[in-house]
Design a protein around this ligand. Structure first.
Ligand code: UDP
Ligand code: MG
Length: 337
């Protein structure tokens, strides 16, 4: 087999300090993908491992001709590694899979079958969670709910990054210019026909997780702020609410001033602090509202800077002579260069 053969299927896998399990991972990928009888490649992205992962990977690339390596100068993180892998992958379909054998390679043929049926995204759905605490489950529940509610993006529950993507999806993903990349969310954002395949997530083959709670919180904040500007606009509403409350209070006080009488028949005089309280509320409301206004402009600027295409064209009918063109940025889509 030569390296530049026609690649139908690419397997992309980020590697960070996985020396112990890497050989087993490649062996299992090989055992599962070879029987499919298609040209394939395995792109290992070494994310600046501090152990001997790179040596192990290099030996594996010598032993198996379809293994290729992209090696980072330092640790840039899982999302960056996945992004790089998707860029270097050449297949008509690309599978993203962890290299710690938590995502069983045996699911790949099922994913390929779904892809051949015409689905463009086939994501792995964990049917059982091994070794996960109640806290991790609760936080993940909250996260998916927030994403759905605030970010208006329907991330499928219980899915990780383990998924197959059609070339069109990968090209659309590669065309997104933004820097902070929540891979799962962005792929979901591209749309396309998606379907899930159930699998049981295995415990790690070797070593331990490289994610801790701090990293998970970082990822959650990144993904929320990447997909919604709602927090920036919060102040607009809060300011308006407080301002209106102050105005309503003024009306009440005026009414009391002119129409109320004390029990002994004298005109009612509101306590002095009332005016101070109203002034504070009115000014506070106006300030918060103006901050919100700044937030609205910031949100627009932010969305503009993210530079996502306004839309993604999947197919055209009756435009044989025209190439698909992306949205605001124009020409972001495959075949448009
Ligand atoms: N990984 C990476 N860079 C990092 C952390 C992790 O490339 O900074 C890789 C890691 O080798 C594994 C995958 O990303 O293949 C998932 O990481 P991990 O298993 O630690 O996360 P978990 O499965 O616990 O969510
Ligand atoms: Mg893992």
């Amino acid at each position: 087999m030569i390296r530049n053969m026609n690649v139908e299927l690419s397997i992309v896998s980020p590697v960070y300090n996985e020396a112990e399990g890497l050989a087993e991972f490649v062996r299992r990928i090989h055992a599962v993908v070879t029987p499919l009888g298609v040209g394939w490649e395995l792109v290992l992205v070494n994310d600046g491992s501090r152990d001997v992962s790179l040596q192990v990977a290099t030996e594996l690339a010598a032993a198996y001709l379809n293994v290729r390596i992209v090696s980072f100068s330092r640790n840039f993180g899982h999302e960056a590694a996945s992004t790089a892998g998707l860029r270097y992958a050449r297949g008509k379909a690309v599978v993203l899979i962890d290299s710690d054998l938590q995502d069983p390679p045996e699911v790949i043929p099922q994913m390929v079958a779904k892809w051949r049926e015409g689905f463009q995204i086939v994501y792995g759905v964990r049917s059982k969670r091994h070794e996960e605490t109640g806290l991790k489950r609760a936080t993940s529940w909250l996260f998916y709910r927030l994403m759905r509610r605030l970010a208006k993006i329907d991330l499928p529950r219980d899915t990780g990054d383990f998924r197959l993507m059609d070339r069109r999806v990968v090209d659309a993903f590669n065309s997104l210019p933004e820097r902070s990349r929540f891979v799962r969310g962005l792929i979901c954002w591209t749309g396309f026909r998606a379907v899930g395949v159930e699998f049981v997530r295995a415990p790690r083959f070797a070593g331990k997780t490289k994610y801790n709670y701090a990293k998970l919180v970082r990822l959650a904040i990144d993904s929320l702020t990447g997909f919604t500007t709602a927090p920036l606009k919060l102040a607009t509403w809060l300011g308006m609410l407080i301002g209106f409350a102050a105005l309503a209070w003024i009306v009440v006080v005026l009414f009391q001033f002119f129409f109320w009488k004390t029990p002994n028949g004298e005109p009612y005089r509101p306590a002095g602090f009332t005016f101070i309280a109203i002034a504070v509320l009115l000014l506070g409301g106006a300030q918060i509202f103006l901050i919100g206004l700044v937030g609205e402009y910031l949100a627009r600027t932010y969305e503009q800077v993210q530079g996502r295409p306004l839309y993604i064209v999947d197919s055209l009918v009756g435009f044989a002579d025209t190439k698909a063109v992306g949205g605001a940025n124009g020409g972001l889509l495959p075949g448009s260069e």
